[in-house]
Design a protein around this ligand. Structure first.
Ligand code: BG6
Length: 477
């Protein structure tokens, strides 16, 4: 669906995120015909350069990160025609008047803050004081949104001085992933699942986001965050919300976000024994976490696993097991809904235990599998086996149906003025309010994360977390 003509200003327009995600994503939208005539992208950053030089760097970024569509050079040139650059000083006066001069009236105006969080307040203030933003303008704020509850509150308060909540788009790129949105389609678009979607029929739910990458060049940021702040407080929490929330009355921003907020607020405080922290060690020549971040005594976690409960009617007694980590065996993210056993087996004990499992594969190999129990074919009597009903998006939609990158979808939603897939201020605060005591608990106890081997499934204790309950994690593969 085409959007209205827009001026999109990217603060941090020369930075890593702009080069890797935002600009190539906009280019792909352009190739798909979603950037109407008159839509423009304005890079803004500290470096002094002219538009011609900026276009060269944007062209390079598209070549490197644009995917197959970047092969069409005519399109690249046509896209670059839409790109401008203006140097600005986020903490000073320089460049703001000129930037205002570039903006046109009658267009959707969006400002993307792809900069260090310490600059969010300065930029928001200057957008107002130099008259760049009006009541229709939108700002897009990248994570991390605060470091804890206090800093998130203060950031919300600062932004609120200059913008209304309806103008603030807090990005969690997991919400832009096709498969994550599909969670809502599966739950609320089918009659099949929702009647069973509760503690009466579901034994437990597992959420795994496993990565193979380490912290690489991001050590300085990551070592102050750890997996809890970097992944759980935002991405995993959002997945939990979508899987656990009550059906919203309609698919609109506040209806959806109200329900998500209720999930976060229903989370029980977490018991120390239900938490496992891990840190990857070295392997052969490959450096371990501590070498990666340059601190031989770092106690920051690169892995976390936990068992959480929601205190509400729907989920009373059903545990949710969450885990995420770096340098694990495979890049494998999925949500598995494990149903209870049938109340009585007519086939006797020799038929064994069988369970339906609905696994939603978020990435890679996006798709869904539903394990169903059937009779093992053959004359051997009534023997039961579990077989998957397997759907992959690539097969179902055809190999050419390339899912848009999360950022593409989200940026277009900003232009459309649709906040459904963005976090509201109270949601972010509630998420910090739940994670803060966990992190404080680790700090006050001087907790040392358990080492784990790169390429493994994380520390042994994480396996025990489920074994103790007579359950086991699904394999990371
Ligand atoms: C980011 C985290 O938000 O998400 C990274 O800061 C992490 O540490 C990344 O690697 C994972 O995103 P994706 O889309 O690759 O699953």
């Amino acid at each position: 669906i085409p959007v209205e003509p827009f001026d999109l200003v990217i603060f941090g327009g020369t930075g890593d995120l702009a080069r890797r995600k935002i600009l190539p994503g906009l280019f792909r939208r352009f190739c798909d015909g979603q950037m109407p005539d008159g839509a423009r992208v304005i890079g803004a950053a500290r470096s002094e350069m002219d538009t011609a030089a900026y276009r060269v760097t944007v062209g390079e970024a598209i070549g490197e990160f644009g995917g197959d569509s970047a092969v069409d050079c005519d399109a690249v040139d046509a896209f670059l025609e839409r790109v401008e650059y203006q140097a600005v000083d986020a903490k000073g006066e320089g460049g703001w008047e000129a930037l205002r001069g570039l903006l046109r009236d009658g267009m959707v105006r969006a400002f993307y803050f792809s900069v260090a969080p310490s600059l969010f307040g300065d930029i928001a203030e200057r957008l107002r004081s130099f008259g760049l933003a009006d009541a229709q303008s939108r700002i897009v704020v990248e994570k991390p949104f605060g470091h804890d509850l206090a800093s998130a509150r203060s950031l919300n308060a600062t932004l609120a001085q200059h913008f209304d909540e309806e103008q603030i788009y807090r990005i969690d790129h997991y919400l832009g992933k096709e498969t994550v949105q599909n969670l809502m389609a599966v739950r609320f678009g089918n009659m099949l699942f929702e009647p069973l979607w509760n503690a009466q029929f579901i034994d437990h739910i597992q959420i795994t986001v496993a990565e193979t990458v380490g912290v690489g060049g991001r050590g300085e940021y990551y070592d102050k965050s750890g997996a809890m702040r970097d992944m759980v407080q935002n991405h995993l929490m959002q997945l939990l919300c979508l899987i656990a929330m009550e059906p919203p009355s309609k698919f609109d921003p506040d209806a959806v976000r109200d329900e998500k907020l209720k999930v976060i607020r229903a989370l029980d405080p977490i018991d120390y024994h239900q938490l496992v922290r891990g840190q990857y060690g070295p392997a052969g020549d490959a450096p371990g976490y501590r070498e990666d971040v340059g601190d031989a005594r770092s106690r920051t976690e690169s892995f976390v696993a936990m068992k959480v409960h929601l205190s509400n009617w729907r989920w009373a007694g059903t545990p949710f097991y969450l885990r995420t980590g770096k340098k694990l065996r495979a890049r494998d993210s999925e949500i598995a809904v494990v149903f209870k056993d049938t109340p009585h087996s007519i086939f006797g004990p020799e038929a064994g235990q069988h369970r339906n499992v609905l696994a939603i594969r978020l990435q890679p190999n996006e798709g869904m599998t539903l394990d169903v129990t059937i009779k093992e074919p053959g004359p051997g009597g009534m023997r039961l086996i579990d077989v998957p009903l397997d759907m992959s998006f690539a097969d179902a939609l055809g190999p050419d149906a390339e899912a848009p990158d999360a950022y593409e979808r989200l940026i277009m939603d900003v232009i459309r003025g649709n906040q459904t897939l963005f976090m509201r201020g109270d949601e972010v605060e509630a998420a910090w309010a739940w994670t803060d005591p966990i992190i404080e608990g680790w700090q006050s106890r001087g907790d040392v994360p358990k080492p784990y081997d790169p390429g493994s499934s994380g520390p042994e204790d994480a396996l025990m977390l489920m074994h103790r309950d007579g359950r086991r994690w699904r394999e990371i593969k």
